[in-house]
Design a protein around this ligand. Structure first.
Ligand SMILES: NC(=O)c1ccc[n+]([C@@H]2O[C@H](COP(=O)([O-])OP(=O)(O)OC[C@H]3O[C@@H](n4cnc5c(N)ncnc54)[C@H](O)[C@@H]3O)[C@@H](O)[C@H]2O)c1
Length: 254
């Protein structure tokens, strides 16, 4: 693992940082020197992530926020700048999974999934970009999914995650000359609370693992490593990129 210097002096905001991929990314960035703001709707998870970072000697602050609400998204960015003086990295990881065909999905459920998985990313970026511009730029790593690149998954989930991919590209172009890089990762299946209901069954877990050419699920740390790379200066000429982190899943074709 690279030393602490990659994010020394940088400030990162991770939404959904109270669990799963967001927590692993928060821990990874903190381990490389970033001061981290963990934003989550769930205070227990968010505070636990901050405790874990503190136990390793890192700096972290929890901000309770529902990223589907503009006022909360604005507040989490304002509190980040107030606490640490700047914002360099945003990873909007808060999200939900969802199954169901377009016929099965209720209007209410569609709104719930698209509000969090797509609008939550929009709102987080809407307030983060101006804060980044205050100090000369920054990096955003959005979290789509293999379901954002092909259609094997719930209708609302695939629609929202496909939206995240193209929102990433649009933001990357719009802010390229302002030194804000925007990239997207598309994780394959990683066992976290989001999909525990499906993956707790060993037979289903084995079947799903087998859908990935590498024959296994990913780990939160493997997703965090990719997010950290794209957020770091090592990716200084990478923007608008969509990176599968999926054990080869998307290589099997749409
Ligand atoms: N785990 C996977 O297999 C996988 C695969 C592809 C993509 N993803 C994506 O990765 C992201 C993170 O997923 P995860 O596996 O870490 O899930 P998770 O359930 O472990 O974590 C999601 C976090 O988001 C928080 N959250 C939920 N609603 C929120 C809201 N309105 N405002 C703020 N925070 C909210 C939850 O409290 C939780 O801490 C999601 O966008 C998900 O779609 C996950």
């Amino acid at each position: 693992m690279p030393g602490r210097e990659r994010f020394e002096g940088r400030v990162a905001l991770i939404t959904g940082g109270g669990s799963g991929l967001g927590r692993a990314t928060a821990l990874r960035l903190a381990s490389e020197g970033a001061a981290v703001v963990v934003a989550d709707i769930n205070p227990d998870g968010g505070r636990e992530t901050c405790r874990l970072i503190g136990a390793e000697g890192g700096r972290a602050l929890f901000v309770q926020a529902d990223v589907t609400r503009a006022a909360d998204a604005e507040k989490m960015v304002a509190e980040t700048v107030e606490a640490f003086g700047r914002l360099d990295v945003l990873v909007p990881s808060a999200g939900v999974g969802a199954g169901g065909t377009v016929v099965d999905v209720s209007e209410q459920d569609w709104d719930r999934v698209v509000d969090l998985d797509l609008k939550g990313v929009f709102l987080s970026c809407k307030f983060a970009v101006p804060a980044m511009l205050e100090t000369g730029g920054g990096a955003i790593v959005t979290v789509s999914s293999i379901g954002g690149m092909q259609g094997k998954g719930g209708a609302s989930f695939c629609a929202a995650k496909g939206g995240v991919v193209n929102l990433t590209r649009s933001m990357a172009i719009a802010h390229a000359r302002q030194n804000v890089r925007v990239n997207c990762i598309c994780p394959g299946w990683v066992r976290t609370p989001i999909n525990e209901a499906v993956l707790k069954d060993p037979e289903r877990r084995a079947k799903i693992a087998d859908m990935h050419p590498m024959g296994r699920l990913g780990t939160p740390e493997e997703i965090a490593a990719a997010a950290a790379f794209l957020a770091s200066d090592e990716a200084s000429w990478i923007t608008g990129a969509v990176l599968p982190v999926d054990g080869g899943y998307l290589a099997t074709g749409p």
